[in-house]
Write a protein that binds this ligand. Sequence first.
Ligand code: ADP
Ligand code: MG
Length: 252
Amino acid sequence: MSAPLLVVQNLSKNYDGLLAVDCVSINFQTMEVHAIIGPNGAGKTTLINLLSGDLLPSLGRITFKDRNLTDMPSFAISQLGIGRSYQKTNIFPDFTCWQNCWLGAQSRLSTSMRFFKSAKNYAKIHQQTEQALALCGLEKHTDNLASEISYGEQRQLEISMMLATEPELLLLDEPLGGMGTSETQKMIKLIKQLARDRTIILIEHDMDAVFALADTLTVMVNGKVLATGTPDEIRKSQDVQNAYLGTEEENK
Ligand SMILES: Nc1ncnc2c1ncn2[C@@H]1O[C@H](COP(=O)(O)OP(=O)(O)O)[C@@H](O)[C@H]1O
Ligand SMILES: [Mg+2]
């Protein structure tokens, strides 16, 4: 097997004594959809925040294609090709879909505002914005305000803002959260399409979606990794059933 795209080693995040992420080590392989599952409070969002540079780790190391990301700020990580979406929708409601997406596209440029001077950059950003909106099926809403489109479309818009930065690794935090059945199906289809030529780390509660999308699963409980394996291995694991899948069934 080739070297992993992203290596997480002994990563920890301590909040005044609470270890939200507790000595986590995971290898993320190129081009896989790697889902992270676990009950509420397991540390999944905190882990994503560490990978995206939104939070600094207390201990440990993150390596992306042989580059040490551990203390890098989020804009530098985005510029290296790692994009993320948030558990709560993170768009500008009073801007059009085009403007939201355009902001995403220009954020990848290394020197802010320099693009105003370059017609070539401007054309590139225009093209990235157009492509990202089209990938998410939002062309028809180009000139609509983000506040005017449906909730499901707002979540797609958030994905398109991330795609406009042309990332090779996507960090998706509960992209299906709060969606209805048809919106969920649309989003699953979109994630499948994106996975054809990108690596995806997916946090998701919807187990049907997780098992439909993931090549690899990591189960987190209380900040720790309980197990990593193929969907089949995880489904069959007694530890996982005891700690997580079993309780989900009981809660239904
Ligand atoms: N900013 C924070 N300050 C203190 N504790 C936090 C903070 N963010 C998250 N936590 C705690 O860290 C733990 C993991 O949270 P989180 O990563 O959001 O879990 P998950 O996404 O798996 O539901 C929880 O116990 C949560 O209360
Ligand atoms: Mg979370």
